[in-house]
Write a new protein. Structure first.
Length: 141
């Protein structure tokens, strides 16, 4: 099952292009074009991955990240951060990857695949070992 995405980009036509591509490849996708809309959609849609534009109006990407870090349920959502300026230094959670704008679709797909792997690893770590496992096999009762 593919993860759900929220694409928050200040360029509406670019957000729609990304949305069409990912929907065509089996993802559930929502979009936002402002920081406020992004936060509202994060809370309502609860995506598995957020693709976040640093240059969002009404809060900006940095503002969205600051508020996400204050809310535990939002802080757990991996973020692919699109930046316009110089290469960022340290990447701090919930950011798992960044891309320099303008972003090529191929690069974005690679980062989404990377974030998907990180999600799966997180899920495996959070699941306890089955109680009725013998030699790696589960028995139905």
């Amino acid at each position: 099952m593919r993860p759900s995405l929220l694409i928050a980009d200040s360029d509406e036509s670019l957000a729609e292009l990304y949305q069409r591509f990912f929907v065509d490849h089996g993802y559930r996708v929502a979009t936002a074009t402002t920081g406020l809309e992004c936060l509202h959609t994060l809370r309502a849609f609860a995506p598995d991955i957020l693709i976040l534009d640093q240059e969002l109006p009404w809060g900006g990407g940095d503002g969205v990240l600051a508020l996400m870090r204050r809310e535990p349920n939002l802080a757990a959502i991996p973020v692919i951060y699109q930046v316009a300026g110089p290469r960022p230094g340290l990447i701090a959670p919930p950011v798992v990857a960044w891309l320099l704008k303008p972003v090529r679709l191929r690069e974005l797909v690679e980062k989404v695949n990377y974030a998907t792997v990180r999600l799966r690893e997180q899920l495996v770590r959070s699941c306890p070992a089955p109680e009725h496992a013998e030699a790696g096999l589960l028995h139905a009762t």
